[in-house]
Design a protein around this ligand. Structure first.
Ligand SMILES: NC(=O)c1ccc[n+]([C@@H]2O[C@H](COP(=O)([O-])OP(=O)(O)OC[C@H]3O[C@@H](n4cnc5c(N)ncnc54)[C@H](OP(=O)(O)O)[C@@H]3O)[C@@H](O)[C@H]2O)c1
Length: 279
């Protein structure tokens, strides 16, 4: 992890951030920054009203434009578009981008060198956040290309507002895209299954959702904070021989659950690599 200095509130006030794209990630970044009372002015360049439903009306009316020239005002430009749209998006905004504006790409699979090959000569950051940014709990990874120390600090400050941020080598970006960028989706799937089983056993949806979410958060905190303890030890602390947990774990292991998760993450990492190469 890189040491960094937080930029002052006064420094941040001078930044203007433009998010290009108005979809799910753009909305999560917006919500996270808004919630942490960011002092930078954040606006959005949309292509259509397709994702209008994600946004509250006042935000859409005050902060969203369809004019790509709006990036000309930006100190920081976040390219929150799908991998298949990145090249066309860059060509649409490139005439207006100022030479020193910081470009941030969360686009899965697109390497720094491939983004550069579009003709991006600006300071460039590749990040991998996740939708938990909306509540300030994203696990964001970042790697940098031709970025000055103050701009590195700025990126660290901006994404620290949305959770944790860790600087990594670019070689781990695709595996971590599968683990961390996609990660919330399979945790939500697990939660959905747990809640459904609670309902099947007669518990009500709202209370079960609250309680199992807290349980998952607690287990995650224990795994993180007691990082010297093998997880297998924690499993055996919960699963006494012949008890309820053992009955549950037997079914999951017989069904191949752990290896299924590994296979899924490997597949998702391969998909990230394909997305980075495909037109
Ligand atoms: N969602 C996540 O959890 C997540 C996590 C980490 C990284 N990412 C990355 O973030 C990127 C965006 O993902 P997403 O889930 O937010 O996708 P999304 O919901 O489909 O949103 C993509 C947005 O990009 C817009 N767009 C495309 N071309 C544009 C252009 N030329 N000008 C302005 N807007 C344009 C789309 O416009 P329309 O509204 O017209 O379709 C849409 O609003 C992807 O590259 C993904 O790999 C996503």
């Amino acid at each position: 992890m890189l040491a960094f200095t937080r930029v002052t509130k006064r420094g941040l006030m001078m930044e203007r951030i433009v998010i290009v794209g108005s979809g799910h990630l753009a909305q999560a970044l917006w919500e996270g920054w808004d919630r942490s009372r960011i002092e930078s002015f954040v606006s959005i360049v949309a292509r259509s009203v397709n994702h209008r439903h994600l946004w509250q009306s006042p935000i859409w009316e005050q902060r969203v434009t369809f004019d790509p020239a709006a990036v000309g005002e930006a100190d920081v430009i976040v390219l929150a578009v799908k991998p298949k749209d990145l090249d066309e998006t860059w060509y649409a905004i490139a005439p207006y981008v100022r030479p020193r504006s910081l470009i941030i790409s969360p686009v899965a699979g697109w390497s720094l060198s491939r983004i550069r090959s579009l003709g991006v000569n600006n300071p460039l950051v590749r990040i991998m956040p996740n939708v938990c940014a909306a509540v300030g709990a994203s696990t964001t990874l970042a790697c940098f290309s031709d970025v000055s120390a103050p701009d590195v600090s700025l990126v660290m400050s901006l994404f620290s507002m949305l959770g944790t941020v860790t600087v990594v080598k670019e070689s781990v970006m695709d595996p971590y895209t599968a683990l961390l960028g996609s990660g919330p989706a399979y945790i939500f799937l697990l939660l959905e299954a747990l809640i459904a089983s609670g309902e099947q056993l007669g518990a009500d949806y709202g209370r079960t959702r609250q309680l199992v979410s807290e349980m998952v958060e607690g287990a995650a905190r224990l795994a993180r904070d007691r990082s010297n303890d093998p997880l297998s030890e924690w499993i055996s602390k919960v699963a006494s021989p012949g008890g309820t947990t053992e009955a549950l774990l037997d079914i999951l292991r017989q069904g191949g659950w752990p290896s299924m998760i590994q296979d899924a993450v490997v597949k998702a990492s391969e998909r990230a690599q394909q997305l980075g190469k495909a037109r």
